[in-house]
Design a protein around this ligand. Structure first.
Ligand SMILES: NC(=O)c1ccc[n+]([C@@H]2O[C@H](COP(=O)([O-])OP(=O)(O)OC[C@H]3O[C@@H](n4cnc5c(N)ncnc54)[C@H](OP(=O)(O)O)[C@@H]3O)[C@@H](O)[C@H]2O)c1
Length: 340
């Protein structure tokens, strides 16, 4: 008797990845290709941090995937150039506004994801995995509201969904590495203990996301996720860096009130000069991360709870810092986020 043919669920499904040229998206493509999924990665003709990648560089970065170029903000391009009426087993969206500006956030995090969901669902999509962020649990910023609006649309869509809400990425904790290495002090708000996070590496997060495709426990679920080990505060980050450099820690404390003053000035200015609206939003984003932890929020207790924040993966911030102190920041660039 011949062995039974594998069920469709057993063979890796065909996946469309959006936001494929981003920090996490590139690793997600690599991970899915490694697992044998046929992958279609969608990108714009100039991609990457500050549009540094042309089409050839993007194809090289996403080797193993079929790369399609188009415009996720244009419904016709989504339909005709990117989805092309084809059926995908799953979409993984790592799309995100590169600036966090108010209009860009709604255009990318909400509208573009919606267009993609609609176009793929019309062609028989089964499953959608969304890369979101843990900070949406206490929304105060435009991009958080845009993310939440799409999360709700996805939950209501009828396709199998997973919403992945990671804590901080390694790149977001690497902005001061070069300056500290060059002899500067580590800058922190207050005493450096106002916030904490459980940072997760891009490779570990990509694995976690890929597993959502096959693990039923990660479907129909909102998934806060952090990396391994104890929660890390800004002060711990500074101490780690100085320890690895073999120098005594030196800190510069910045009062949070300074951010409030900047927000007040830019917010008032934005009423007169609309172009200041995004600058005021960037300052609000900076203040948010200076004062809110990237951990699960316990509503009843009114505090963040590190022990309730699931941990996944092997990569530690210590090893990451050691590597970038040795080899440089390649792949950890913040782009437009560098301003905060
Ligand atoms: N940073 C953190 O610590 C952190 C923590 C938790 C969650 N998150 C969330 O994780 C998500 C992904 O983060 P990431 O760092 O991987 O983002 P990223 O590197 O900024 O990548 C964003 C992706 O979206 C694409 N995109 C942005 N605007 C576009 C546009 N107008 N047209 C077409 N594509 C566009 C980018 O394409 P191009 O390459 O063409 O620009 C890129 O592929 C975000 O939702 C973020 O909020 C971040």
């Amino acid at each position: 008797m011949s062995p039974p043919s594998p069920s469709p669920a057993a063979s890796p499904g065909r996946v469309l990845v959006a936001g494929a040229t981003g920090y996490i998206g590139q690793h997600v493509v690599r991970e899915l290709v490694r697992r044998g999924h046929p992958v279609v990665a969608i990108a714009r003709p100039r991609a990457g941090v500050k549009g540094a990648m042309d089409e050839a560089a993007t194809r090289e970065a996403l080797a193993g995937a079929e790369v399609r170029f188009g415009d996720v903000t244009d419904p016709i391009s989504v339909r005709d150039a990117l989805v092309r009426g084809e059926r995908f087993d799953a979409v993984v969206s790592c799309l995100a506004s590169r600036t966090g500006g108010v209009q860009d956030a709604w255009r990318i995090e909400h509208r573009a994801n919606l267009e993609l969901l609609e176009a793929t669902r019309a062609a028989g999509l089964r499953q959608f995995v969304l890369l979101s962020a843990i900070c949406v649990q206490r929304p105060k910023l435009a991009f958080q509201h845009a993310k939440l609006a799409f999360e709700q649309a996805l939950v209501d869509s009828g396709v199998t969904w997973s919403i992945v809400r990671p804590t901080a990425f390694f790149k977001s904790l690497s902005g001061q590495v070069e300056a500290v290495k060059a002899g500067k002090r580590f800058v922190m708000f207050g005493d450096g203990e106002l916030t904490a996070c459980k940072p997760i590496s891009e490779a570990d997060l990509a694995r976690f996301i890929a597993e959502c495709l096959s693990d039923p426990k990660r479907q129909g679920a909102i998934l806060p996720i952090g990396g391994p080990g104890e929660p890390i505060t800004p002060r711990t980050q500074g101490e780690l860096l100085f320890e690895l450099l073999g120098r005594p820690p030196r800190f510069r404390r910045v009062p949070v009130g300074l951010m409030d003053a900047i927000i007040a000035v830019l917010g008032a200015g934005a009423h007169l000069v609309p172009s200041l609206a995004d600058k005021a939003e960037f300052a609000r984003i900076g203040r948010y991360y200076a004062t809110e932890s990237m951990l699960v929020w316990d509503e009843a207790a009114g505090r963040y709870d590190a022990s309730a924040t699931p941990a996944y993966g092997q990569d530690t911030l210590r090893d990451h810092y050691a590597r970038i102190l040795r080899e440089g920041l390649a792949g950890q660039e913040l782009g437009d986020h560098a301003m905060f």
